[in-house]
Write a protein that binds this ligand. Structure first.
Ligand SMILES: *[C@@H]1O[C@H](CO)[C@@H](O)[C@H](O)[C@H]1NC(C)=O
Ligand SMILES: *[C@@H]1O[C@H](CO)[C@@H](O)[C@H](O)[C@H]1NC(C)=O
Length: 324
């Protein structure tokens, strides 16, 4: 009975002060840890001190926002990682980007997290009046150095041709906006997001996949093997046989064609001896339309070359007889 619950008292006090003065506050969403080389976003929101202006209660106007490391109140010349007014430094380190504003969002993004970022970060807001300055409690960033990435698949088991699969590059450590390097059989792929989507799998997608953080070679994951079944062996064999057979057929046709042309040329040469005038005329035409001639002769020889030849001979014979 003698012990008064301190938590209850605390809560009541907080509620009271909150209701009356709406004191300034800063809220972070705590990142558990950040992998070296990753991009970390510390989500943060704030409410400035409320003040009375012209009889009305309004939020104090914030004129400067600061993020600093390892310091209780980030004031005066405390080295900052971000200072909206650059009061003590000429430039802000570009690795720290302030994504917030001076109204209520104090989100800070750290790219390429380094060992030195293993620290407590605090956000400080400064109003026009010094008494309304406020520094929030710290947010602790733990930088994990040797974190090994892991590849997980959206499907477990077999990888079937034509199906889609997503490979995810993850780690036990919490982080945001990860830039990763994907490798297949040791060769870097173009994709840099934490999820690698493979649409309509083909045998070409087979391989050992690994991923790592872009700026951290030591974070390379173990290999994840993707084996997409090749085309069914039966169909491969059938198409092979069909190909070979058609090639042989084409070759055969070509040989027959060449033989026929040679034979036709020999025949026309024989005819040329019999009648020089006839041969002259035919020879001229042959020169002009060599290909067409061969084609026509080929077709004729198949069906009625013989009878035509006999006819021709007989005509010549008849005409010779007539002249005689
Ligand atoms: C603050 O800004 C960040 C970055 O633009 C955004 O992701 C976040 O949602 C904002 N927070 C709030 C409370 O609006
Ligand atoms: C993947 O690696 C294993 C051994 O680690 C090897 O047997 C296999 O052939 C590799 N797969 C490919 C597609 O290179």
């Amino acid at each position: 009975m003698a012990v008064v619950e301190p938590k209850v008292v605390c809560c009541c006090l907080l509620l009271l002060t909150g209701a009356v003065s709406q004191g300034p506050r800063v809220d972070y969403r705590d990142p558990a840890c950040a992998v070296r080389g990753s991009t970390l976003t510390i989500l943060c929101s704030f409410t400035p001190q409320s003040v009375v202006e012209d009889g009305k209660r309004v939020l104090a106007e914030i004129v400067r926002v600061v993020w600093c490391q390892n310091h209780q109140i980030c004031h005066l010349t405390t080295p900052s990682v971000y200072d909206s007014e650059l009061r003590y430094a000429r430039v802000n380190d570009p690795r720290y980007r302030y994504l917030g504003d001076k109204k209520g969002n104090c989100t800070l993004q750290i790219t390429g997290v380094q060992r030195g970022d293993n620290a407590t970060f605090r956000f400080r807001m400064e109003a026009k009046e010094t008494k309304n300055h406020f520094t929030g409690r710290g947010v602790t960033v733990r930088v994990s150095d040797g974190a090994q990435m892991e590849v997980h698949s959206s499907t477990d088991g077999q990888f079937k041709r034509g199906e889609a699969v997503t490979l995810n590059c993850t780690t036990k450590c919490t982080f945001h906006q990860l830039e990763v390097t994907w490798l297949r059989d040791g060769h870097a792929l173009k994709h840099t997001g934490p999820s690698l989507h493979l649409a309509a799998l083909t045998a070409m997608d087979s391989g050992n996949y690994t991923c790592r953080l872009k700026n951290n070679v030591g974070s390379l994951s173990k290999a994840f093997s993707v084996l997409v079944e090749a085309e069914e062996e039966g169909s491969v064999q059938v198409s092979l046989i069909v190909g070979v057979v058609s090639a042989v057929l084409m070759l055969l046709c070509f040989v027959i064609l060449v033989l026929v042309i040679i034979r036709q040329k020999n025949q026309s040469a024989v005819r040329g001896e019999a009648g020089p005038k006839y041969n002259q005329a035919e020879g001229a035409q042959q020169q002009v339309e060599d290909v067409t001639y061969a084609h026509i002769q080929f077709r004729a020889s198949g069906s009625q070359a013989r009878p035509v030849e006999v006819e021709d001979d007989s005509i010549i014979y008849i005409s010779v007889v007539a002249r005689g």
